[in-house]
Design a protein around this ligand. Structure first.
Ligand SMILES: [Zn+2]
Length: 166
């Protein structure tokens, strides 16, 4: 697991927690683990964010949303993109994983299990509707490239699985 230090001024945490992920509105960018740092430098808030999947065209939106949220609290800000270390699904917080599941997206498994699911067709992803593991991969790509599409063979519900990314 790649660990990175998050360095966020405590005055800014509650503001940043109000900014949601553009693709998964129930998830805040803090729960996604996208914000690396946010600090006051010469009266301006400098925010460093790490893009999630490169295929997700959401980072410009996230940057703008952060600026708007900070502005509403009276702060000017600058957003920097930090590409290394790359974002991994490990950075999603436990609260974020719970929010994903509640939203109907199965949270990422560990890399080994992820491979077994996506490449070997193992039935281990839990259905977000009924909890059954009798689920199968329908498509490697769900509503976005970050997700794979699954169907539950017990309750027949289709759902997305958030792919593991290292
Ligand atoms: Zn089900």
């Amino acid at each position: 697991m790649i660990t990175t230090e998050q360095n966020i001024d405590h005055r800014l945490i509650s503001i940043l927690e109000q900014v949601s992920d553009p693709e998964i509105p129930v998830l805040s960018i803090m729960d996604m683990g996208v914000v690396r740092s946010a600090n006051f430098v010469d009266g301006i808030v400098k925010v460093e964010i790490t893009p999630t999947y490169s295929g997700c065209p959401a980072m410009d939106i996230i940057g703008d949303d952060i600026k708007i949220a900070l502005k509403e609290s009276g702060y000017e800000s600058e957003i920097d993109l930090i590409l290394y270390p790359a974002w991994t699904t490990d950075w999603i917080t436990p609260r974020g994983r719970k929010a994903l599941e509640d939203y109907g997206i199965a949270a990422p498994l560990d890399p080994e299990a992820d491979k077994n699911v996506l490449l070997n067709g193992k039935r281990i992803v839990k259905c977000t509707n009924c909890g059954s593991q009798n689920t199968r991969l329908v498509s490697q790509f769900g509503s976005t490239a970050c997700k794979a599409q699954f169907q539950c063979d017990d309750c027949q519900e289709p759902f997305d699985y958030f792919k593991c990314l290292k």
